[in-house]
Design a protein around this ligand. Sequence first.
Ligand SMILES: C[S@@+](CC[C@H](N)C(=O)[O-])C[C@H]1O[C@@H](n2cnc3c(N)ncnc32)[C@H](O)[C@@H]1O
Length: 427
Amino acid sequence: MPHFLAPSITLPSLPFISGEYEFAYEAKCRVDSHQSLILVRFKKDDTLQNDSSGDEFSHNEFFLRKVERLNKNDSIVKCEKSSKSQPTGIIKNALKALMDQQSNQHLITHNLNNNSPRQNLQSPFFKSVQHFLDFSQKYPQKCLIEVGFGSGRHLLHLAQSNPHLMCIGIEIHSPSIEQILRQIELLGLTNLYIIHTDARILLEILPPCIALGIYVHFPVPWNKKPHRRVFCKAFLEESLRVLDDNALLHLRSDDEIYFRDALDLALSHKHINLQVQKNHKNAIVSKYEARWERQNKDIFDLKIFKTTTQGQDSCIKSAKNTQNTEKTFIFDKILRKNLDNYTNFPYKKIAKDWFLHIDNVYYAKDVYVLALCFGDFNQPQNKFLQISFDTSYSTHYVGGNPIPTKAAYKAHRHLMEFLSVDSKDKE
Ligand SMILES: C[S@@+](CC[C@H](N)C(=O)[O-])C[C@H]1O[C@@H](n2cnc3c(N)ncnc32)[C@H](O)[C@@H]1O
């Protein structure tokens, strides 16, 4: 993570403007006065524009964290990871602007060299989850989706051999993403979009019946922690919702336990059309597959086709192609005394299918910042909520709204209740 380190760090008087950056305020941590968050806003350059969730302003901001490390006798300012929706170059330049305010002989170290704000994942084909919140309006054509594309060989082949379809690759591993974005440019592809997220999150927000194929090739087996598997009951249900009639969900794996568990999950569906193959050759051999081939391992294919039953609305008949995103993150009238009076952090609420943690509270005069972790147990979202009792700032999630999964929305509603209902009325 970008940072700089010094025996002590003195911030200029805030708000402080340097070039395209504004360092707005420093919010001190309520339980640890040696930690604080610095809100940075920067002017948006249109060429860097990625996506907006409708809250444009919040996408131009992020936090830096300042920590006085008493045990090491030094101080550090670093990027606050969970507010980072900007390319690393932009964050490094903000840190450099603050570093320039320190006198050089007092600096211990930094890792802020060799970058331009345009580096790292700047590609018109790299999209945020938010970009797909209004999918149906943006993309009238059907699509193909690959989950965990790794080296990307199969996904590139899909895009090249289906130029009339849109292809979407979902990955959680940044180096794989950087690699495929370079390949997209080299091959001149225009029909392939890449998203850095957990596939289970993206599927949940996509509209129904839009995909002609979903491919999951050689997923991590997680046999000791099966709850971490991407191919789970919810994933299967969401895939079947997102797939068009008769379209394919294709699992290919070298792991027999994973394959059998996925087969059991599929068989537990009432109406399903399945095809199972063993050691079937694929046109494209991925990096992983090549490894297993050299070791003579068996390869299992599970092909699940979406079927429709009589009397049920099929994708063709269904007139409304609604997206699962009507949920909006509305802010109730927050009572300041609820923030001032509550000292028992971290606050934890655990429900059956969602949770909310308020990990910490930071404050700067009339602005409070809550460090939150919430949503689904398998796909928690970390966010900062800025709550303002002053007109200079607004109440919003810094870096953009959470991804509107059902679990995130339930957690948000609970948070609003926690913050807005008078504690007397809660009893
Ligand atoms: C074993 S590799 C297989 C890569 C590729 N499909 C192949 O056949 O070579 C599994 C890939 O899935 C990605 N992955 C794991 N969990 C994921 C998730 N929940 N959402 C998206 N990608 C995921 C990993 O980062 C990794 O690149």
